[in-house]
Design a protein around this ligand. Structure first.
Ligand SMILES: Cc1cc2nc3c(=O)[nH]c(=O)nc-3n(C[C@H](O)[C@H](O)[C@H](O)COP(=O)(O)O)c2cc1C
Length: 192
């Protein structure tokens, strides 16, 4: 595996967020060839308004720059009322534009994970996120899917226990993201 950078995007604003903790845990457990750029500041992204697109607000420009600089993106979404949080959808609306410049997430390799306190572990929020990313023409890792139910218990020690079934699936998701990045690179080099 060559050196890769992954933008790790937390869909939560909370200081003690389980989803941010999950991303931190992934970064700690990943092989050294993977560098993680953790983004936890969706609070800085203003509500999307077409009137404010030009020039883009500084926080939006910063997020776009960091996504462009990354080889892939790992999104950890909380679940609010059966869907992704509004702040995450708001950020995606900004990232879906400007259409004429080629949105930064278009065909970008992305993987989705999520942790919730409930028994379904963000499965509905992830489905909701997948639908939106599909519309945005983002390339998303299909399998495996990683959900972490009762995450306040599973992450009580701060990290997923190494060797646990959850940890193995999480590792497989990251491997799926790396495969997708490397596949896209191989296709791009053939096209040159
Ligand atoms: C407004 C709101 C709605 C929620 N709805 C759900 C839900 O639909 N399903 C679920 O499993 N948890 C739900 N929860 C609980 C979240 O799983 C829990 O707050 C979780 O810790 C949020 O993620 P975070 O720790 O990364 O901030 C909800 C929490 C809030 C504040």
């Amino acid at each position: 595996m060559s050196d890769l950078t992954i933008l790790a995007l937390s869909g939560s604003l909370r200081k003690e967020s389980l989803n941010t903790r999950l991303l931190t845990s992934v970064a700690r457990l990943a092989p050294p060839e993977l560098a993680f750029d953790l983004f936890t500041d969706l609070a800085a992204i203003p509500p999307f308004n077409e009137d404010d697109e030009h020039p883009a607000p500084a926080a939006v420009a910063d997020l776009r720059r960091r996504i462009r600089a990354a080889d892939g993106v790992l999104v950890a979404t909380p679940e609010y009322n059966g869907a992704m949080p509004g702040v995450l959808k708001n950020a995606l609306d900004w990232l879906s534009r400007p259409v004429e410049e080629g949105p930064v997430l278009e065909r970008k390799p992305v993987a989705i994970i999520g942790a919730s306190k409930g028994p379904l572990g963000t499965i509905r929020a992830q489905l909701n996120l997948r639908v939106v990313l599909h519309k945005m023409d983002v390339t998303v890792v299909g399998q495996p899917e990683f959900v972490l139910p009762h995450a306040h218990e599973a992450l009580a020690e701060g990290e997923l226990p190494a060797g646990s079934p959850s940890h193995s699936i999480l590792t497989a998701v990251v491997e799926g993201l790396v495969d997708l990045i490397e596949h896209r690179r191989a296709v791009a080099s053939l096209a040159r």
